[in-house]
Design a protein around this ligand. Structure first.
Ligand code: FPP
Length: 241
């Protein structure tokens, strides 16, 4: 098996880390405690990913829709992101992880934005795992921002509308430097995609697991990678008989 064979090898794994709130509520804890536990799992999965041949890991940390949650939960999550960046920056750098953020940063507070910038700068030349954190990310929002930029470039005469291609659109997305995800995992039993990487996921394999994100150990990751390997990926081609 070639390590880069997209039929058998999940080079880019993306995760919808769902179920933190339910995990906490089921234990009589406040929802934020589930997110705190979720951070531990992010740390473990990031650490383990290269051992399983994962080159790119993308995690959905906060969606453009998550602002609808209580002010307490939103503030708690924002503080958690700050704490994660402050606490993990040195380790991520030592582990040769390159970190990037996708999503619209403009509504985020100034302190969080500067921590995100600093982490990206600190790790920009690292050559190991490419960790992408989707923060205030929504797929439709991403496409809308890209279309706005393409329209602006066309208006300025820099793009000929007759020459717009899929490749060009991809280059205007937040994920322009990432390959499409091979495998998208959603934890905690919900079978929907929730505006996560809609453009990029056309040929992704989905694994929906009942396990809540705070219980998603490395052993669970290995299980989903095995499920992925058992799939028959054809990318639109016919079955060879
Ligand atoms: C969805 O669970 C999870 C989130 C909205 C937040 C995800 C955030 C983390 C795992 C924390 C840290 C992440 C990083 C990258 C440091 P939910 O609250 O919707 O769960 P529920 O469906 O049970 O309510």
């Amino acid at each position: 098996m070639q390590k880069t064979d997209p039929v058998t090898h999940a080079d880019h794994v993306a995760v919808i880390m769902d179920g933190n709130g339910r995990w906490a509520t089921a234990r009589g804890l406040e929802r934020l405690k589930g997110h705190v536990k979720g951070v531990d799992r992010v740390r473990e999965v990031v650490r383990a990913a290269p051992d399983y041949g994962i080159g790119y890991l993308t995690v959905f940390a906060f969606s453009t829709e998550n602002w609808k949650r209580s002010e307490r939960e939103v503030t708690g999550l924002m503080n958690l992101f700050k704490r994660y960046i402050r606490g993990e920056a040195a380790t991520l750098d030592e582990d040769n992880v390159r970190v990037r953020f996708i999503g619209d940063r403009r509504p985020l507070d100034r302190k969080l934005r500067s921590l995100m910038d600093e982490l990206e700068k600190l790790t920009e030349t690292n050559t190991g795992l490419k960790l992408t954190i989707a923060l205030n990310y929504g797929g439709r929002d991403e496409i809308t921002r890209a279309v706005g930029r393409i329209a602006k470039a066309a208006k300025m005469g820099m793009i000929d509308p007759a020459e717009v291609t899929e490749q060009m659109i991809g280059n205007f997305l937040d994920t322009s430097d990432l390959p499409d995800p091979d495998l998208i995992i959603r934890t905690s039993g919900e079978c929907r995609t929730s505006n996560f990487l809609p453009w990029q996921s056309c040929y992704a394999e989905y694994v929906f697991t009942e396990t809540a994100w705070p219980d998603f150990t490395v052993a669970e990751l290995v299980k989903t990678l095995n499920q992925f390997r058992a799939r028959d990926r054809r990318f639109g081609a016919a079955v060879a008989k």
